[in-house]
Design a protein around this ligand. Structure first.
Ligand SMILES: [Zn+2]
Length: 231
């Protein structure tokens, strides 16, 4: 195999290597977290927190209502059991009882409103929980597929690295150094000549250079400095 051809093969291996490295990186990134699941879990958690708070408020409101009713009952029994005889005191007791009674209605309305909110939120929590179960199942399947793909890409990487190592044994250190140098500057170090033109810069290559490249000499393009390769 001529030196330009070996270098061209090296370049193809390097392109494949880079693709697979990128793929492994992307898959690792994808496996690291599931943003949709995280967002759904966070939403459910705050809904559950809200539900707990409202249920606490429900208990407090129910206690307050019981307390109000007890106090009204106590006042009424005082009013009607005949133990209080003083008319002024009776009037005061009646006012107090009516004042407390007037607070019961609005509090009952608050409670009903709260119960309705609790019912809606409980339904949302149930829907959210089911959605998360589904997302978790899907994520498990996705993880399996991604892990399999990662293993394949890593195996391909190992094979490519082996091939590259083998090829390097046949390439002189000077040629390799030139290759790496141009690769660093241009991205790709080897350019094919097709229809008389360097495929790196699309400038026509002089016939003498083209012939030397074809014969297997290391010839660099006058315009872009890439090593020329003729198939
Ligand atoms: Zn060129």
């Amino acid at each position: 195999m001529s030196l330009p051809k070996q270098l061209y093969k090296l370049q193809q291996l390097d392109i494949e290597l880079q693709k697979n490295q990128q793929l492994v990186g992307e898959i690792t990134q994808q496996l690291s977290k599931n943003s949709v699941l995280i967002a759904a879990e966070s939403k459910l958690s705050s809904q559950k927190q809200q539900l707990t708070e409202w249920k606490k408020k429900q208990k407090t409101t129910e206690w307050e209502l019981d307390d109000l009713q007890d106090r009204v009952n106590q006042l009424n029994s005082k009013l009607y059991n005949g133990t209080v005889k003083n008319p002024k005191e009776l009037v005061n007791l009646k006012h107090e009882s009516e004042n407390l009674k007037s607070k019961i209605g609005p509090k009952e309305d608050d409670l009903l409103e709260l119960l309705s909110q609790i019912e809606d939120m409980a339904a949302m929590v149930e829907i959210g929980s089911k959605e998360i179960d589904k997302l978790k199942q899907e994520w498990e399947q996705t993880q399996e597929i991604l892990t399999q793909r990662k293993i394949e890409a890593e195996t391909a990487l190992t094979n490519l690295k082996g091939k590259r190592q083998e090829l390097l044994h046949q390439i002189t250190p000077e040629a390799l150094s030139l290759y790496e140098h141009i690769k660093l500057a241009k991205g790709q170090a080897i350019a094919k000549i097709e229809q008389g033109k360097c495929q790196g810069c699309y400038i026509t290559v002089p016939t003498s250079q083209w012939q030397r490249a074809k014969a297997g000499d290391l010839v660099q393009c006058n315009s872009c400095t890439r090593i020329l390769y003729v198939e």
